[in-house]
Ligand binder design. Structure first.
Ligand code: PHE
Length: 355
């Protein structure tokens, strides 16, 4: 019995990993392990023999089990020690001295716009960038043969050959989010929808991917006057000027009636833009009163509700505010450009941060 005991304690001591130890445990204490087999033999012994062998065997089994547990604990402690040695982190280290990354001006400006409209009670709504043509066109009163479909230089997604359903598109504007917000939330409604849009166009002022922010306010008695006030408040806050002068030019969008393009009075002195004064006008956005058919498509009763909508280029107002000359540079990921025009990564991008 002593030999037997010694053999198992030696094997436990020799196990050099948790896996090896588990192997020993199975061989000794498992259902078909040697100790279990010995236990089974007790049945064939005489009562006297059993009286001595049984307690010894029980004690041996407990001793081996305890040795295995202790050894297992030792392995786990060692593993934890190793992790603590390897995974330490000195939280008292100073931050990296050199700025490693920066907030892209588009992110910064999107955040500024969101903050200003949030203060006026607008929530942010979102929609997919790969949009179905119903949301991007039909629901916005742009019929299939309408020239706007061509004017928008739409990117169409491919369909499998033989699949004759209308293809999805990369959304050409943020206006489809108007529809999704109306469908999802109903009236009354106040949302802005910032995001990426896509058109097949590329030069100094056009990029195939750019950013818009849509605004939509629906209530029982919203008018163009509310639109004008809202845009004035926004532009004053965004460009940090005490007053702005807006010009509403009659225009046409299928999804608004009446429609207006909005210009803001400005001056250019030595290439620097000043808003609110001067003899020049800068076109800044498209807008109008939401067309009854669009309300209907959004599931809102045009006899009860009306509203205004506008769409503005985020890249454009970012260029104007921060004096960035070429739109294409926004999306070239040139580190020197990002270091120059970017905002500190550790400053949370806020309106105040951008001042
Ligand atoms: N969706 C229009 C565009 O991309 C802008 C717009 C939005 C006009 C909402 C009116 C109302 O040109």
């Amino acid at each position: 019995m002593d030999d037997f005991r010694g053999k198992w304690l030696d094997l436990v001591a020799a196990a050099d990993s948790e896996a090896a130890l588990e192997e020993v445990r199975l061989q000794a204490l498992g259902k078909k392990g040697e100790i279990a087999l010995r236990m089974r033999e007790l049945g064939q012994m005489s009562p006297e023999e059993r009286m001595t062998v049984a307690p010894a065997l029980n004690a041996l089994r407990d001793e081996v089990a305890a040795a295995i547990i202790a050894k297992k604990q030792a392995f786990q402690d060692a593993a934890l020690d190793e992790r603590l040695r390897a995974e330490w982190l000195d939280v008292t280290l100073p931050v990296r001295p050199r700025r490693q990354g920066s907030i892209h001006p588009i992110t910064q400006v999107t955040e500024e716009v969101t903050q200003i409209f949030a203060a006026m009670g607008y929530a942010v709504a979102e929609g997919p960038q790969v949009e179905d043509d119903w949301h991007n066109f039909d629901a916005l009163n742009i019929a299939p043969e309408h020239p706007a479909r061509q004017e928008h230089d739409t990117f169409y997604m491919a369909r499998a050959q033989g699949d004759n359903r209308a293809p999805h598109v990369l959304r050409t504007h943020t206006s489809p989010v108007q529809i999704r917000a109306m469908q999802g939330q109903g009236a009354p409604l106040r949302v802005i929808c910032p995001g990426r849009v896509f058109r097949a166009d590329y030069d100094q002022t056009h990029s195939p991917m750019f950013h818009q922010v849509e605004g939509l306010a629906i209530d029982r008695d919203i008018t163009m006057a509310n639109l004008k006030w809202t845009l004035e408040e926004f532009l004053k806050a965004f460009f940090e000027v005490p007053s702005v002068d807006l010009r509403f030019r009659a225009s046409h969008f299928p999804f608004t009636e009446p429609s207006a393009e909005v210009d803001v009075r400005c001056s250019w002195e030595n290439g620097t833009l000043k808003l609110g004064e001067g003899d020049s006008w800068l076109e800044i956005l498209g807008s109008g009163m939401v067309h009854p058919k669009v309300l209907q498509a959004g599931g809102i009763d045009p006899n009860e509700w009306q509203g205004f909508a506008f769409g503005m280029g985020i890249d454009r107002i970012a260029m104007l505010k921060y004096g960035i000359p070429d739109l294409r540079a926004f999306f070239e990921s040139d580190l020197r450009w990002l270091r120059h025009y970017g905002f500190g990564a550790l400053e949370v991008p806020t309106l105040a941060g951008g001042l």
